[in-house]
Ligand binder design. Structure first.
Ligand code: SAM
Length: 345
């Protein structure tokens, strides 16, 4: 039997990293801190008030996130609903920035927002310790943008926020654009130019069946291949190598090296095999997949008096049962009971 010298052994780790039964290491936690949203994007929401799930106290999110971090989470992304609607978001970021990973490093702290309230919050969020922000933006043409968000004047507000975020040093600044055929696929080339002029990374995302209403069909999805081909016809692209195995976006720069775009293709080129994520909903349920049919009531256990060790054991067990993959487009596919706005994208 081969012997291992003591110096070659890994450093002591208080808990094993979070893994699932498929051997994937889970190090990325997305936390929804509200499912309220000030936009009614046509592909996401019906426009009706609809269901709303409870929110936890900021200190409760912090307590639960701390427990995840003690199990090996290294990256936390705050999302929603619209996370900037949530009072206490800056204080939450400040507290999260104090946490350390199992390796003693600060967390990678990110936030996804529609940008509507970001202009004045960019500086305070950066000062509190936020590393990065992703702004969702589904058109570069003002009228098209406002047809999607259903909020008049929203385009100029979001543009100012993007510039404020960049000025605050929230970098790299990513812009997420969900493409739908017949809605905004005429914006693809404009977004490529926008990425270069505004010095932002634009990431196109394939539309998934997670809307409140019933809009999704395979035909409405604009697949990665088509996006890349269309941009390449006017601005030749060069694919960039992945930086880590769990990277969701295929990344491209332009032939002159200026600017970057990415395509996240969960439908046409699913990346479940490399998934490193779990989610916590605004009401404290763990979702091990966007398309989970079951949720795991972590907050219920906290409220019932479970101690940190019991909560840790519950998380470890839950993550073990993470689904192997999603089944979008397959016969028998079932939409989850919560839509994207209520899960936290
Ligand atoms: N309100 C914030 C925002 O707009 O970024 C955070 C929540 S929002 C649900 C997160 C992201 O999910 C947005 O970029 C949005 O465009 C995206 N999204 C919503 N519905 C989607 C769907 N059915 N398929 C793919 N992405 C979706």
């Amino acid at each position: 039997m081969a012997s291992t010298s003591l110096s070659a052994l890994p450093a002591f780790v208080p808990h094993p990293p979070l893994t699932d039964s498929h051997g994937r290491v889970i190090h990325d936690l997305r936390v929804s801190i509200t499912d309220r949203c000030n936009y009614k994007c046509v592909y996401c929401r019906t426009g009706e008030a609809g269901a709303q799930y409870p929110e936890l106290g900021i200190d409760e999110y912090l307590r639960l996130i701390e427990i995840f971090v003690s199990l090996g989470i290294t990256k936390v992304r705050l999302t929603g609903g619209e996370p900037l609607l949530r009072r206490g978001v800056v204080e939450l970021v400040r507290e999260l920035a104090r946490l350390r990973t199992l390796d003693g490093q600060p967390l990678d702290l990110a936030l996804t927002t529609n940008g509507h309230l970001l202009e004045s919050l960019a500086e305070p969020l950066k000062a509190a310790g936020l590393n990065r922000v992703t702004v969702s933006m589904d058109a570069v043409d003002a009228a098209a943008f406002e047809r999607i968000t259903r909020v008049p004047g929203s385009f100029s507000v979001v543009l100012k926020s993007i510039r404020a975020a960049r000025a605050a040093g929230l970098a790299p600044l990513k812009i997420n654009c969900v493409l739908l055929r017949g809605f905004n696929d005429d914006q693809i080339e404009g977004f490529a130019r926008f990425a270069r002029h505004e010095d932002v990374v634009v990431r196109f995302i394939e539309f998934m069946p997670l809307e409140e209403g019933r809009l999704w069909s395979p035909e409405i999805v604009v697949p990665l291949r088509e996006i890349v081909e269309r941009i390449g016809q006017t601005l030749p692209l060069v694919e960039l190598p992945p930086r880590e195995a769990s990277e969701t976006a295929r990344r491209y720069t332009f032939a002159d090296g200026v600017g970057e775009i990415g395509v996240i293709a969960p439908v046409s080129q699913a990346f479940c095999g490399a998934c490193s994520r779990v989610r916590l909903t605004s009401d404290g349920k763990i979702r091990t997949c966007l398309f989970s049919q079951v949720e795991h009531d972590l907050y219920g256990r906290l409220r019932a008096g479970a101690n940190s060790e019991e909560l840790r054991a519950y998380i470890v067990r839950t993550v073990q049962g993470k689904e192997a993959r999603h089944h979008i487009g397959e016969p028998g596919f079932l939409k989850p009971s919560r839509s994207m706005v209520h899960i936290g994208g």
